[in-house]
Design a protein around this ligand. Structure first.
Ligand code: AMP
Ligand code: GLY
Length: 423
């Protein structure tokens, strides 16, 4: 099979690493890819949202399957684009159709889905510019902190949590009236604050059957001790120690089953990954959000623990035969630590040479914001590389990663030294 992966981050390098191991994969392409995928696949420099260029590539390279990494092309309807094109419709696309991708593309759509299917989540109301005054009144009825979410995609920045009522009102005005997040904040969801510990649950579905992958926890804040600005994720661990069997059963019964049944009932065509952002409140799981893709850097710990042939699973998803697959998980723990450019998640410099990759032992180096320039691997983004290790315990895995990080270098390299500190 010829397979095309869309995306350029650590998640996509991990997909490529896993897919390249499959005897079912003949030729592997990544668009646009990075310096990590360059070594194991053919990178093609086209944007993940340039559907016409993707079509041309798919036909030229006789692609049989497209695996979509990030949410943007899904929300823009890449799967529908393939289905509606006579020349492309035989190609399997891993990722939900546009209608279902709204679960990530619109917070209000996701909340309505959750409530309709009685899936535990925070209470909420949504507001527009026209109802901003009602929004102020609703805020007054809530206890702090206040959670405000831009309805649309806002590059991970659309959620604002504030302690002060007046700040919350000012933020609501800024989002709705002053269009702080552009079109993404035409609507704002205000929700009840949930106090608990977060984890991510990853589900594979063919639209009717599902399989649950190992849980993971990512570390979102830039600073040690979970302080400072939110990032895409600074590290991750799998499994999540507080996710006991009893708790996992609750997740499956109360959240996963009604979610997959909800897709069927609402006629949401879904072949792909469901990333359920959860929070454990007391002993119970509640949904914080849906994403219609895998997480990054969670993928860098989840896929290394998957023993199956990944392409076999992807084919079963595309063919509606996921019930025939037995998921086989490595008992070992996996941890990953993200090396980032100094300054990230705010302004940072690019083009810094990365050295030491060849000396890494017993860890896997997943490239993220890294690319080739004049034959050298240089930084090209905020999150540069994820270093994954296995261990009998988290401690063992994390130690290996830190030992290897010592050997890696680029100017202004930063990483958190406390990943897994809370476990
Ligand atoms: P989201 O983009 O929806 O994942 O939100 C980003 C982050 O905001 C989450 O990972 C949580 O840490 C936090 N968050 C979102 N919604 C709530 C909520 N209702 N209560 C507490 N924290 C929340
Ligand atoms: N690490 C969180 C995400 O991928 O959205």
């Amino acid at each position: 099979m010829n397979i095309l992966i869309l995306g350029s981050g650590g998640r996509e390098h991990t997909f490529a690493w896993k897919i390249a191991q499959s005897p079912l994969c003949t030729n592997l392409f990544v668009a646009p890819g990075n310096s990590g995928t360059y070594k194991i696949a053919t990178n093609v420099n086209i944007s993940v949202t340039d559907f016409n260029a993707i079509k041309k590539l798919a036909l030229e390279k006789q692609i049989d399957m497209v695996v979509v990494g990030p949410e943007d092309p899904l929300v823009l309807g890449i799967h529908d684009f393939f289905l509606n094109d006579e020349a492309l419709k035989h190609i399997a696309v891993i990722g939900p159709q546009m209608k279902a991708a709204q679960l990530e593309g619109s917070k209000e759509f996701a909340k309505e889905f959750l409530i309709r299917h009685h899936i535990p989540t925070a209470a909420y109301k949504s507001f527009t510019k026209e109802t901003v005054e009602e929004g102020y009144v609703f805020l007054e009825t809530l206890n702090p902190p206040y959670v405000l979410k831009a309805d649309g995609l806002a590059a991970g920045k659309g959620v604002v949590i504030l302690k002060d009522l007046n700040d919350a009102k000012a933020e609501l005005k800024s989002m709705l009236v002053d269009a702080k997040f552009g079109k993404a904040s035409t609507k704002v969801v205000i929700e009840e604050f949930l106090d608990g510990i977060e984890l991510s649950c990853f589900v594979l579905t063919d639209g009717k059957n599902y399989k649950i992958l190992p849980t993971a926890k990512d570390y979102k804040r830039i600073g040690e001790g979970d302080t400072g600005l939110n990032t895409g994720g600074m590290g991750a661990v799998s499994p999540v120690p507080f996710a006991t069997d009893e708790f996992l059963d609750k997740i499956e019964e109360q959240i996963v089953k009604p979610t997959i049944n909800g897709f069927k009932k609402d006629n949401l065509p879904y072949v792909g990954f469901v990333f359920i952002g959860l929070i454990k409140v007391g002993d119970d799981p509640k949904v914080i959000e849906y994403n219609v893709r895998m997480g990054d850097p969670e993928t860098e710990v989840v896929l290394p623990r998957l023993k199956n042939d990944f392409v076999e699973i992807l084919l079963a998803m595309a063919n509606g035969t996921l019930d025939k697959i037995n998921i086989d998980i490595d008992e070992r723990a996996a941890t990953t630590i993200m090396l980032v450019s100094g300054g990230y998640p705010e302004a940072y410099e690019k083009g810094k040479e990365i050295t030491g990759m060849d000396t890494v032992k017993d860890s896997i180096v997943f490239h993220a914001g890294a690319n080739l320039k004049d034959g050298k691997v240089v930084t090209s983004g905020g999150r540069v590389m994820a270093i994954t290790s296995y261990g009998k315990t988290y401690g063992e895995a994390i130690k290996k990663t830190y030992q290897n990080i010592e050997k890696l270098h680029f100017d202004k390299m930063y990483y958190r030294k406390d990943i897994g500190f809370d476990l």
